[in-house]
Write a protein of this length. Structure first.
Length: 151
């Protein structure tokens, strides 16, 4: 199953992330996961949101450069070796991970590792063959992580 990641390309300076979050908040778009990678003066903000196409439209309208990409959200065990099982499989199959990040769904039970790979169809087949569960865009965007902590 395929999910969608929104990548926003931006200068690496104060207020740029705030600009993105302000636009998404005004559009009532929820951010489900995010990562930021920078290199000196520029960076990329990767987002999983509950309405990626509408988010892309709103950010583009505001003059931001962004791109919607297909990614794979893989459910892994949240225990030592859970991620290693996935990465070793992809390495054995010569699949390159271009970008990735993860988050815990249920502590010590399940996590999600989002991968942007160079061979998406091949990866999906390999994951299915090896009994990895993947989440489509709708499932990923609707995730409600279980929390053990009281806030």
């Amino acid at each position: 199953m395929i999910a969608n990641q929104l990548s926003v390309f931006s200068e690496n300076k104060p207020g740029k992330l705030a600009d993105v979050t302000h636009i998404l908040a005004a559009e009532k778009i929820s951010i489900r996961a995010t990562t930021i990678a920078t290199s000196d003066t520029f960076g990329v903000i990767n987002l999983i949101v509950d309405d990626p196409k509408r988010a892309e439209k709103a950010l583009t309208k505001a003059g931001m450069m962004c791109r919607l990409r297909e990614v794979i959200a893989v459910v892994i065990d949240d225990k030592p070796g859970g991620l290693d099982r996935l990465t070793q499989l992809l390495a054995r199959e010569s699949i390159n991970i271009n970008n990735a990040y993860g988050f815990v769904l249920e502590s010590r039970e399940k996590a999600v590792f989002v991968v942007d790979v160079d061979q998406i169809e091949k990866t999906l087949k390999i994951l299915e063959k090896n009994k990895f569960k993947t989440l489509d865009a709708e499932a990923l965007e609707a995730i409600e992580p279980f929390h053990y902590m009281k806030y």
